[in-house]
Structures are given as C-alpha cells and as structure tokens.
Design a protein around this ligand. Structure first.
Ligand code: ZN
Length: 661
C-alpha cells in the first residue's frame, strides 16, 4: 500500500494540530482499500481555551456523517477528554445514552455527533489515532484460522481484539484488555472482522504505521497468490438487449420488494466478474459483509440470481424476514426486505440504491467485498461474522433511530427518466427539473456537447440522432446500462422549419420536419416500450404544440408533424394502457427562452404583428410569459403521481388561447 505522505505539504500544518489531523485524515480517505464512504475514523487530542480563558483537554474526533476523504475542520467534534475517559469506566452504557453524554460534553454545540468510537479514541494514550477498515487486514481475519494468520503476520506488537459490537462495548473491551498493557510496546490494534487502529504522538508516524501494517497484510495475501489490484467501476455502454431487459426486470422486482423505486447499477469490473464465476458462489454469498458497518448499505448478503429473477428476489425477501424474526425483539422495526446488491452468475454484480450516488456507493462496497472474498477463498474460505452479530449491527439502536428521522422523499427518487432534445430549451429544463425532484436522467441530444453538459452523477448526457435507428438503440442501451431501467420518457426533440406556404414548400423542408418532429418520436417511443413495460409507474409525456389545435399559415411542415405526433400519442395511450404505461401530450405555445427565439427573430415577429417585443411575448389571455421552466414543471407533474389516473390527455400551456378554448 502506497503512502501519500508529503513532507512539504504536511509542514504547512505543523503548527495547527487540527489542520494536520484534517490533512492525514484525507490521506487515509484517499485510499478506498482503507476506508469506503464514511467508514473509519480519526482523532487528535488537543488543549483548547474555553470562553473563560481556561485550558481544556479535548478529543477532536471525526463527526458522524463525515467522510475521511473530504473532511474539514468542522467535521471534527471537540469533546472533553476527561468525560470520555471516565465513560470507559462505566460497566454498561446504552449507545443512545453514550451519544447524549458525549454531546453534552462537546465544546462546540454546532459540531456533528462524535463518532461512536470516540471513547475508544480517548483511552488510547497518544495524540493521533487512526482507525480504518483496511480490506487486507479484515479479509485475512475473515478466514478459517484468521486469528492465527493475523498473529503470524504481526506477532505480539499488535493487540488482537476478538469481535464485539462497535461503540461502547468495544471501547469497554479494549479498556479492560489494555489496563495492564505497556502501550509503548504496541504498534497497533487489530479488531478481528472489523478493522485496525494505529496511533502515535506524531501524525506522520501514526499514518505511516497504518500503511506499514496494512502493507504487511497485503504482502501476506500476495505470498498466498492473491491479486491486490482493486480495479475500477466498469460500465460498458453497449450490451445485448436481452441482458438489459433482464436487468430492467430485476430492478423492478427489487423496487417492488423495497416499496420504493431504485436505481440498478451493473458492474462488470474484474473482481465482480471473477466473483460471479466462482464455483462456490452460493456458499460465499450467503456468508456476510467484509466489515460489519457495510451492512447498513448492503444488507447482510446479496441475492444470487438464477433463471427467474423475480422468484430469486421473492426468495430473498422471505429469507430476510426469517432472519429478522429469528433475532428481533419488540423494540426492532424491520427494514424493507429487498436486497441491496445481486450477483449475476457469469455477468458481474448489480448494486441498488435510491439514487445513482447511493447505488454507486453500494457498488464500490461490492467491488471491495468481491475482492476480499476472492482472497479469502484462496486462504481456505470466506468466513464472515455469524448472522446474529450482523443483525445486531444492522438493527443497532443508533441506526434504528435514524429510520424515525427520515423525511419525505423527492417525488422522482429512484426513478429513471429519458429526455430527448435535452441540450437546450424545454428539454434541458426537463432534465434539470426531473433531477431536482430526485430522478436519474438520461439526457439525449444530437449536440455532442450533451456528453459533458451535466456534471451530476445522476445525469448521463448521451449523443443521439433521433432520425437514426441505431443511434436511438445505442442511446437507450447506454441509459439502461447506467441506471438499470426506464420509467419516464419525455419525447421532446424537435425542429422548427422555416416558414413556407404549401405552394412554395420545399420537399426537403417537409421531409426533414416529418422525420424529426414525427418519425423521430415514433422511433424513440417504439424502442423505449420494452423497457417502459418493465418500468415503475411508467409514463410518457409527448411535447406537442399549440399548432395542433390552432394551426397558422406557413407552418404546415411543423403543424402536420405535430398533429401526427399527437395522433401517435393517442394511439399509444390506447395500446400501452394494458402495460400500465400512461401517455399524455403537452401543447406549449410561445416559449421564447429557447434557442430558436433569438432577439432578432423575436423583434421580427413582433414587428410583423405590429407589437412591442414585451407585448408579443405575453400575447395570451393571461398576459403572461411562458418559460421553458414553466413547461418542464408541468411535464414533471404529468409524468408524476398527480397524473397517475390520466392517459391520452392533451394539456395546453400557453397562457390561455381563445382559438383553443
Ligand atoms: Zn470501525
């Protein structure tokens, strides 16, 4: 394992203990084989002056909810050191009482809750304390004879602690084990099945000790023929349609089991593929997680897929309920019974989450878990903690308390939308509105700039020409590959042809408009139907035009295409209703903040009608201006639960038009 320590950088922080603590915490956070997504914790003991000028010894310890890779000074909670040390003398203490006492001993009331390992950090008599869930160390301990192997690797200079629950029980255990220990002789503490601690009065030495001890475990694994490389998250863009349909059906089954929509992220990285090809796959997959706190994200075990994905998920659900009933008491509230990741034999793993980010976190954990399982299999077999210990972690009172705090979810959380014509105007506004309301969005446009337009993990920009069937198929495949399915289609891509009366109509003008404004939508809708049929409350919103009910002279190429499109949507509403897919049409008018309406065009049109630009822009019954954002907001409503019972409708958004009313 590589040390990221940089002397010249560290020197800058030498005079500020907390700044130095932030620096070395981030070094640890940078290495996913040490900690993943909020795992691990660090601390520094320091003396600070209170409001009355009195010096107080505090433990600055990582606050819960912070991630070591991005932690700031504000991420550390200053807790009175003497209070924490005295807590270790308690015989018993519930974790919620522990949190309460720790909070009341904080010198900054706005700081986050101290890590649950704060007491343990406090009783380690060194200034800097580092704790990680290093893959290599934990994996070696998760094997038959794991304890002996760890002993062989480290000898007696490392204290070995059998597994107990993190939090007060662990702190108390180590307090008892170390009462007569000469700390100077210890280089670290290995918590079997959990992680590792290093410490020193010098920040660099504590960090370097961590790297050195973890490297020893990696060296041991290498000697046993294990591959250490972790591989990256891999998302190939094109897959066989059959696989993608199966993926979408799995996503729907998991979402139904969870009771909420979910994103499904298929990962075909080398470790996941190797895991999915393992001969003892069912045995290893029934064991448990790499380190217990992963269970909060991943559940105890993944679902191993067979021939019938829906049946596999149902079996998982019933097994999960049995596991809950076996260990639960009346104070426990059962979590949903759906799996959080799946192993697809020969094809990798699939992670589920209520957002692309959450699914990504699960996927990262699955990747590291897969690698650890492969290592452990070379050492005689993967042995995780027994289900009872894992249940205690999954249903820890501090975790249970969080369930009660959950607020209402955004309306499209876990849903997947696809928007065409997404680089500007109404399409772009739809992408932003859907994303803001929690959806993962595939944003399609012919403009290659679309691929880099959105930085969010939940938005995937894909170049797509709706007049090209292959381009349409590829774009949809990329969207399914990335998010696991499709629930909402906003078919919007369009073009506004030059004004030509029928007598002067150029064949090219006519054909191009029909190709983009009519056939492009038909192509997209047709290609999306198989996935929408496997979607969650699936719905289509077709962007029509006021020109359909109220055409004007000179725009037949546009009006006819949009009228045809509206008719297509009506037939689609009839045909797709049995599959539960709603199809509704929105007819916008005078949306002037789009690319077509340059200042010049606006002025020209206003002059044509003998109006000022301002009057022209609000030329409707309500005398109001209609923006892309207004249209996108209504489209979201039509795609969402408010329109759950409506299909085949045509809704205008035009400020009121007497020709239409
Ligand atoms: Zn830990």
């Amino acid at each position: 394992m590589k040390s990221f320590w940089n002397d010249s950088l560290a020197r800058k922080y030498q005079k500020d203990a907390l700044a130095l603590r932030v620096y070395t915490s981030r070094l640890i956070g940078r290495e996913p084989s040490l900690v993943l997504h909020g795992g691990g914790n660090t601390s520094v003991k320091h003396s600070i002056r209170d409001s009355f000028g009195k010096n107080i010894d505090v433990l600055y310890v990582k606050g819960s909810g912070w991630d070591l890779s991005t932690i700031e000074k504000e991420g550390f909670a200053p807790v009175r050191l003497d209070v924490l040390q005295r807590l270790a003398e308690f015989k018993t203490l519930s974790d919620s009482d522990m949190v309460k006492i720790q909070r009341s001993a904080m010198l900054d009331p706005y700081a986050p809750n101290p890590s649950v390992e704060a007491i343990l950090h406090a009783i380690i008599p060194f200034k800097f304390v580092d704790h990680t869930h290093a893959d290599a160390v934990v994996a070696v301990s998760n094997t038959p004879g794991g304890e002996k192997r760890i002993r062989d690797i480290y000898g007696s200079r490392v204290l070995l602690v059998p597994y107990v629950m993190p939090g007060f029980i662990l702190a108390r255990k180590i307090y008892e084990m170390t009462r007569r220990v000469d700390w100077k002789k210890l280089e670290g503490i290995v918590l079997l099945h959990h992680g590792i601690f290093t410490f020193d009065d010098d920040a660099k030495k504590s960090y370097q000790n961590m790297i050195r001890l973890v490297s020893k475990a990696e060296g041991y694994l290498k000697k046993k023929g294990c591959r250490i490389t972790s591989g990256r998250r891999i998302r190939k863009t094109i897959e066989a349609p059959k696989d993608l349909l199966e993926l979408a059906s799995l996503r729907r089954a998991v979402a139904r089991a969870a009771g909420i929509p979910m994103i499904a992220l298929w990962d075909t990285g080398p470790n996941q593929l190797a895991l999915s090809k393992l001969s003892g796959l069912r045995r290893v997959a029934s064991q448990g997680p790499l380190t217990p706190d992963h269970i909060i994200r991943t559940k105890r075990i993944p679902v191993v897929l067979g021939r019938d994905f829906e049946k596999d998920v149902l079996t998982f659900v019933s097994d999960y309920k049995k596991y809950f009933n076996r260990f639960a008491s009346s104070r426990h509230t059962r979590l949903d019974s759906a799996p959080r990741w799946a192993v697809w034999p020969q094809k990798g793993t699939i992670a589920f989450g209520k957002s692309a980010k959450d699914a990504g976190i699960v996927s990262d954990i699955a990747r590291h878990t897969s690698r650890a399982i492969l290592w452990a299999e070379r050492l005689g077999g993967w042995r995780a903690l027994p289900p009872k210990e894992l249940f205690e972690m999954e249903y820890w009172e501090l975790e249970q308390a969080k369930i009660k705090k959950v607020k209402g979810a955004p309306v499209f959380q876990g849903k997947v939308a696809l928007v065409t014509g997404a680089a500007s105007g109404i399409g772009r506004a739809c992408v932003e509105a859907l994303y803001a309301q929690g959806a993962a969005v595939a944003a399609l446009d012919i403009d290659p700039g679309i691929q880099k337009m959105f930085q969010q993990e939940s938005v995937l920009g894909i170049m797509c020409d709706v007049t090209n069937p292959r381009s349409v198929d590829n774009a949809i495949s990329a969207a399914i590959r990335r998010f696991g399915g499709l629930d909402i289609l906003i078919t919007n891509a369009g073009t506004f042809p030059p004004s030509e009366r029928i007598a002067e109509m150029k064949p090219k003008t006519w054909q191009k408009s029909l190709e983009i404004n009519l056939s492009g939508h038909q192509r997209m809708l047709q290609a999306c139907v198989p996935y929408l049929s496997l979607g969650i409350d699936p719905s289509v919103v077709v962007v029509g035009s006021k020109n359909v009910p109220a055409p004007g002279p000179g725009v037949s190429a546009y009006s006819v295409a949009k009228a045809g499109l509206t008719q297509l949507a009506r037939v689609a509403a009839l045909e797709l209703a049995p599959a539960g897919i709603r199809v509704n049409v929105i007819h916008p008018n005078q949306v002037f903040d789009t690319a077509i309406w340059t200042r010049e065009v606006l002025e020209k049109r206003a002059r044509h009608y003998g109006m000022s630009v301002a009057a022209y822009k609000t030329n409707n019954l309500l005398k109001t201006e209609i923006t892309s954002q207004n249209v996108a907001d209504l489209i979201c409503v039509m795609a969402g639960p408010v329109f759950a019972k409506t299909t085949g409708s045509q809704i205008p958004i035009d400020g009121g038009n007497e020709r239409v009313i």
